[in-house]
Design a binder for this molecule. Sequence first.
Ligand SMILES: NC(=O)c1ccc[n+]([C@@H]2O[C@H](COP(=O)([O-])OP(=O)(O)OC[C@H]3O[C@@H](n4cnc5c(N)ncnc54)[C@H](OP(=O)(O)O)[C@@H]3O)[C@@H](O)[C@H]2O)c1
Length: 332
Amino acid sequence: MMLSWVSWTALFILLVAVVLGSAIFLLLALRLYVYLSLGVCKSKSKMNGKTAIITGCTSGIGKETARDFAKRGARVIMACRNVQNANKIKDELIKETGNENIVVRKLDLSSLQSVREFAKQINNEEKSLDVLVHNAGTAETFTKKVSEDGLELTMATNHYGPFLLTHLLIDLLKKSAPSRIVVVASELYRLSTLNLENPNPVDTFPAYLYYVSKYANIVFTLELARRLEGTNVTANCLHPGMIDSGIWRSVPAPLSWGLSIIIKSFFKSPEQGAQTSIYLAVSDEVAGVSGKYFLDCHESWLSSGVSDAAKGKKFWELSEGLAKLQPSDPKI
Ligand SMILES: NC(=O)c1ccc[n+]([C@@H]2O[C@H](COP(=O)([O-])OP(=O)(O)OC[C@H]3O[C@@H](n4cnc5c(N)ncnc54)[C@H](OP(=O)(O)O)[C@@H]3O)[C@@H](O)[C@H]2O)c1
């Protein structure tokens, strides 16, 4: 029996309604899942008398981490490259939290010279350092860039700068033990690997290097934790979730148009994204825990490649050379 055009139209409308309805249902279910699986730092620990450095806290997760530490009463050192912006945020945080013990110090992690100047100032000015949060990060998309030290820019900012900084502050952290180092990495490390034959990948596609730098963050943290065993200085890393933050700003149009819909619909807010950093910095539950990877405020699993201790040792030695560590610098 032949269907009339009216029946065909009705069938078509029904089909479209079913497809659209299923898509909306799936999206809502996904949104609900994202909401229900959010990790929240429930610790009420105060940080009075404690000093914390947070790198890159002019926006995103870093700014929320600084806000939280300020509320807990810490001396907050905002380590930022854009001092003008950082000062505005400092004023905002002081006004909001009533904690006047917040300072801005200039740090451009892509410059080894800047890292050295920052560390020198901290070592001269601070009596203790209880928490160091390696939060700052950058993601390039298409343009290959090299730092003033001849290092590929994403790797310089996300790994080599923090690597050098950790060395230059380690004595202060040890002196202040128990102290904690927190490294903001990413699940996106799973899309990459670390080529030890090419630790300064100046000719590699920059967008891919963001994943590599996050892989490097994890390899670094695990090796750091091994080297710090017995010092009472712990080192852990984390994935904050996918966050609606400034890190996506270099994605060009039209890619950014589609991405912004996904970001606004499904990604966490910066405040939600900061929870695991805060948890690792303050919670009693992780006192003494070191060399682990966390997401949503609980320990998570790592691939065997990224956890390979031999790879960690080799990468550490290569990093010592590329970060231009001097014989007079503290050894870890
Ligand atoms: N957003 C996500 O979905 C996501 C997912 C996984 C991991 N992460 C990680 O989370 C961390 C925080 O990123 P975010 O998402 O909060 O992004 P964001 O809003 O872009 O914040 C990044 C911060 O790093 C700073 N920074 C960049 N380059 C720097 C340099 N050379 N020296 C010093 N500071 C520098 C930025 O300062 P300026 O204001 O001067 O640019 C900014 O304060 C990063 O390590 C990122 O890789 C983010």
